[in-house]
Design a protein around this ligand. Sequence first.
Ligand SMILES: [Zn+2]
Length: 89
Amino acid sequence: MDDYTGLEDELRCQELVELVTLYLERELGERDHMRFESHLAECEHCRIYLDQMRRTIWLTGQIRAPQLCLEERAQLLALFGGLAARPER
Ligand SMILES: [Zn+2]
């Protein structure tokens, strides 16, 4: 198995894909979180992927989505459609 000794160890795209849900739930350990973000900094494909995941999760409500009735959700989606993706921080 992986035997990483430090933050130098680079995440591969495949791993990032596997960790993305945990990342979005803020449940990654500190070390994996750092590796995740350093990979993102270098990999445009994964940035795009993450952005799509964020949107998908919002749209499907799989993670931490508030319970909304259909009308509220439709309004929210309309709102999101009008916004450019922006980092949450
Ligand atoms: Zn990547």
